[in-house]
Design a protein. Structure first.
Length: 418
């Protein structure tokens, strides 16, 4: 069996979705007989006290690197400040991670056979390439979001010189990767257009562990804590930032004020959370609840308290990512309200499965109309949820998808050794 190195910006006990995915992938690869090592950062994105207590970090290397174990997997965590909205500070933090992870990968690991590096950040591909050169091992570049495209489309990066550099880095990483894995078909089309050879691309979707997502129907602890019992709950759980385009959901709330049973619950944190709180206060949006970030363990309660669960993508991100929350919602058997480009992978999955509603981003009237329709036909929502869960069990369940990663890694190693 192979020694697999997972090089990831986030990993448990951080509880952001990519960390959960990489943690479950690592555990399943180990169960399939591989030796798995992980180089990542200290928790900095979604801190979860219970998860950190279950997976304690021990400082080493003068506090620049910490050690932990996920089950029997060794994990090295390079020190990382808490996530900030400042792009320059993020770049400095990523640079520190790259330098320290390169040192750890050279000094602490032996006989690595293949490296898996999920992006973002884009630059993690450079470190994977360098470590691959040191260990004489190929690397698989896992594209969770297409960068730098998203950052440019959202206006986060405007400097022409920096944009040229980032596109050059992107081309370099794609050329050097043994495989580039993508989480959706439209993303493959985007990379084909960038000149990446088709034989280098593999679409492997993200996944969920359905055993962790047995929905807890309302009334439950979450619904009682936030006074949601007896209401028609439209929930969004996740990052509250520019990539989600949630402003139109607040606009829709104004149009739904005549329906006292409807409440929109925004659950999470992010760069726009304070601005949203101010707008909710200023516009007296009494049908909107802004609820702080909740640990992953509460996900079954959150969706159990929800009648309609939102997956939102700004126009700039619809072709470049598939939020993992979509699979979680489907796994919990809840109807989806997808606010996205109708041509996106998210829209295609929801429509093909028949598990919810799709409305274009930036159209609050359409969002409000979808909520009214769902409320009027409430009895149909459970069937939508059942169809979504069945689709997840067939195609997006953890062990189904990690088997595809296992096969791909074995192929990459075999090709490298020829």
């Amino acid at each position: 069996m192979a020694h697999v190195l997972i090089l990831s910006l986030v990993f448990p006990p951080d509880s952001v979705s990519t960390a959960q995915i990489m943690g479950e992938l690592a555990i399943d690869l180990r169960a399939r007989g591989h030796t798995v090592s992980v180089v990542t950062t200290t928790p900095h994105y979604n801190r979860d006290a219970a998860a950190e207590a279950a997976q304690p970090l021990t400082p080493t290397w003068l506090g620049l690197v910490y050690r932990s174990r996920l089950g029997d997997l060794p994990v090295w965590h390079t020190v990382m400040p808490r996530k900030t909205a400042s792009i320059p500070r993020r770049l400095v933090a990523w640079a520190l991670f790259h330098v320290l992870s390169l040192i750890v990968g050279v000094a602490a690991l032996r006989k690595v056979d293949v490296i898996v590096a999920p992006s973002p950040p884009l630059s993690i591909g450079l470190v994977a390439w360098l470590l691959g050169r040191w260990h004489r091992a190929p690397f698989v570049y896992n594209v969770q979001e297409i960068y730098p495209d998203i950052a440019i489309n959202l206006g986060a990066i405007r400097n022409p010189t920096l944009i040229r550099i980032l596109f050059a880095v992107e081309r370099f990483v794609y050329r050097r990767a043994a495989r580039v894995t993508l989480i959706a078909e439209r993303m493959r089309e985007r990379l084909r257009a960038k000149g990446v050879p088709d034989q280098q691309l593999a679409v492997i979707p993200n996944f969920v562990d359905v055993e962790l997502l047995s929905v807890v129907a309302a009334p439950n602890g979450f619904s009682r804590e936030f006074a949601l019992d007896g209401r028609f709950v439209v929930s969004y759980a996740g990052n509250i930032g520019p990539a989600q385009g949630l402003e139109s959901l607040l606009d829709a709330a104004t149009l739904l004020a005549d329906l006292p049973e409807v409440v929109i619950a925004l659950i999470g944190d992010g760069s726009l959370a304070s601005a949203f709180a101010e707008r909710i206060r200023r516009d007296r949006l009494e049908n909107v609840r802004l609820i702080p970030y909740q640990p992953f363990a509460r996900v079954p309660e959150i969706y159990g308290a929800s009648d309609l669960s939102v997956v939102a993508q700004a126009v700039a991100t619809g072709a470049d990512a598939v939020p993992s929350k979509l699979y979680r919602i489907m796994a919990c058997g809840r109807a989806v309200l997808a606010v996205t480009d109708p041509r996106s992978d998210v829209a295609a999955l929801v429509t093909d499965t028949g598990c919810g509603y799709v409305v274009p981003h930036g159209q609050p009237v359409a969002i409000a109309d979808a909520v009214r329709q769902a409320l009027a036909h409430r009895s149909t929502l459970s069937a939508m949820g059942e169809r979504g869960r069945s689709r997840v069990l067939a195609e997006f369940e953890c062990r189904v998808v990690t088997a595809r990663y296992d096969a791909l890694l074995r192929d990459v190693i075999a090709e490298h050794r020829r």
